[in-house]
Design a protein around this ligand. Structure first.
Ligand code: NAD
Length: 259
């Protein structure tokens, strides 16, 4: 493990434009469950129930959706960044980070102090809600209060339209300009670091793949194997907080010592 961390730190030290690609695993150490680990959200809910077409099809489906979403948001709203988020902020201070493309909707990169202009939330954010008819935007906290007060399926107070958190559900189209920027960064980067993603959710997972196809080196840190392990330069199957703390220590040592 130590050797792998050292190899990863050397790749980071030699890189100038790093694209970081993060998934739900980055935030489990902040107390937010991921989807696919044991005890994750999909062990308690059926993902089939949360396809976009289902959500918009009936009040019954929306009620189910808001129950899951309320639990998820509750775990997220007061969560604080962990050592791995902080390590990425430090990497940015070292002038290494081109962009952070995150599948997470929890705002923890922002809370850790990474620059908002470097963060692309390709699956949106859990912290706001929009009306699918008139586009009126709400703070999530306002809708959460309505849910906690007993409303089961909140609707738009301006037009009675369907409300939905500003997150991308299965079957919902991806935000075009965010995807374009992400793919541009994947062509520009010289190193891609994948952190805490099972790399099975598409089209998001094609972003690191495109980076590799364009000649970037690849580091993957994830507790379990991923479909892209075979094309990575370094794969570390370990816990993120511990691994990134060790990587930053090595990186500081390499950066301060004789090369
Ligand atoms: P995923 O649940 O499919 O995969 C997470 C991966 O992280 C797993 O392979 C797991 O082994 C690994 N992991 C978990 N904790 C870890 C740790 N401490 N150290 C190292 N590895 C760890 O998540 P995904 O690939 O991001 O894709 C699922 C979708 O889930 C995304 O679209 C995202 O929008 C959504 N999601 C977001 C959050 C969040 O915002 N925090 C939480 C759950 C799901």
């Amino acid at each position: 493990m130590e050797e792998l961390v050292e190899k990863a730190a050397r790749l980071v030290a030699n890189a100038r434009k790093i694209l970081v690609f993060t998934g739900a695993g980055l935030s489990t150490e902040s107390g937010i469950p991921d989807f696919r680990s044991p005890g994750g959200l999909w062990s308690r809910y059926n993902p089939q129930d949360f396809y976009f077409q289902r959500i918009i099809s009936s009040d019954k489906s929306r009620e189910k959706y808001w129950v899951m979403s309320t639990e998820f948001y509750d775990a997220m709203k007061d969560a604080t960044p962990n050592r791995a988020h902080i390590a990425l902020k430090e990497m940015e201070e070292m002038g290494k980070i081109l962009a952070i493309v995150t599948q997470n909707i929890d705002s923890l990169h922002q809370k850790a102090g990474s620059s908002p202009e470097k963060i692309i939330e390709i699956h949106g954010t859990a912290f706001s809600v929009s009306c699918l008819s008139c586009g009126k935007k709400y703070e999530r906290e306002e809708i959460q209060s309505r849910l906690l007060a007993g409303e089961k399926v909140p609707s738009c107070d301006a037009c009675k339209g369907i409300l939905k958190p500003d997150t991308i559900s299965f079957g919902q189209s991806m935000p075009e300009s965010k995807m374009e920027s992400s793919f541009r960064y994947s062509r520009e980067c010289d190193l891609c670091i994948v952190l805490g993603s099972s790399l099975v959710v598409y089209p998001a997972a094609s972003i690191p793949m495109q980076a590799v196809e364009n000649g970037a080196r690849l580091i993957i840190v994830n507790r379990e194997p991923t479909p892209m392990d075979s094309v990575a330069d370094v794969v570390i199957h370990g816990a993120l907080g511990k691994t990134l703390t060790a990587l930053m220590e090595q990186l500081r040592r390499i950066s301060s010592g004789p090369q």
